[in-house]
Write a protein that binds this ligand. Structure first.
Ligand SMILES: C[S@@+](CC[C@H](N)C(=O)[O-])C[C@H]1O[C@@H](n2cnc3c(N)ncnc32)[C@H](O)[C@@H]1O
Length: 210
């Protein structure tokens, strides 16, 4: 196994667990994830970090997909710890292996940055939501400040191979709106104690209007 594939298989999952578990990020997860209700699907559920924040009394089922084997192990271990009968599968957001209109809530945290085709993934998340269903998103991406955005464009080609394909320059809320959701923004800020080029975050609820 070459160094690059060793890093992707072993280094990246550990890095994700550490970076995505930073206290300010956990605080935001704690605000957003308990809003999930009914049948819930989580895209990029690997790592299982969000599971602790679901309101068990408000959700009726939990399913998720992720293409990362090691990350799926973490997610399955978390679900087992909680005694959940979760439907956690290997898969990608570009072709979500669930039927149309089968979920009340879709959760997507720090994942749109990593997918190959974010427009297709947003289309898929909309497809599997029931009419009136909600996408809860918390993502990092293109900063609103031009000088930060310029640095994001410069750094992205070096960052992506190191960070599991993570993009720095993708728009967040506007992409969700363009995908046909009615967005209720909940917040936007730079993550504290994080370089600005890596730290711009936006989060909110997005409703699938008919
Ligand atoms: C930065 S991690 C975030 C993990 C988790 N969602 C969280 O909030 O901690 C990015 C996740 O996206 C997953 N991912 C990458 N490409 C994907 C794709 N095409 N479809 C779905 N998930 C993908 C990775 O395996 C990884 O679990």
């Amino acid at each position: 196994m070459g160094l690059a594939s060793w890093w992707d298989r072993h280094g990246v999952p550990r890095m994700i667990k550490i970076c995505c578990g930073a206290p300010p990020i956990m605080k935001l997860r704690g605000q957003l994830i308990p809003l999930a209700t009914g049948d819930v699907f989580e895209l990029g559920c690997g790592g299982g970090i969000n599971q602790q924040f679901y309101n068990a009394g408000a959700i009726t089922s939990y399913a998720g997909i992720d293409p990362g084997e090691k990350l799926l192990d973490y997610a399955n271990a978390e679900a087992e710890k909680r005694g959940w009968s979760a439907d956690i599968r290997n898969g990608v957001g570009e072709a979500i292996p669930f039927s149309d209109a089968s979920f009340d809530t879709v959760v997507c945290t720090y994942t749109l940055c990593s997918v190959q085709d974010e427009k297709q993934v947003l289309k898929e998340m909309r497809r599997i939501l029931r009419p009136g269903g909600t996408l809860l998103f918390l993502e990092h991406g293109r900063a609103p400040d031009a000088h930060v955005a310029k640095w994001q464009s410069r750094i992205e080609p070096f960052w992506k191979p190191f960070a599991g394909g993570c993009h720095l320059t993708r728009p967040i809320t506007s992409a969700v709106i363009d995908a046909g959701f009615a967005v209720q923004p909940m917040g936007a800020e730079y993550a504290p104690k994080t370089p600005r080029w890596a730290g711009w975050m936006e989060w909110g609820r997005a409703v699938k209007s008919c």
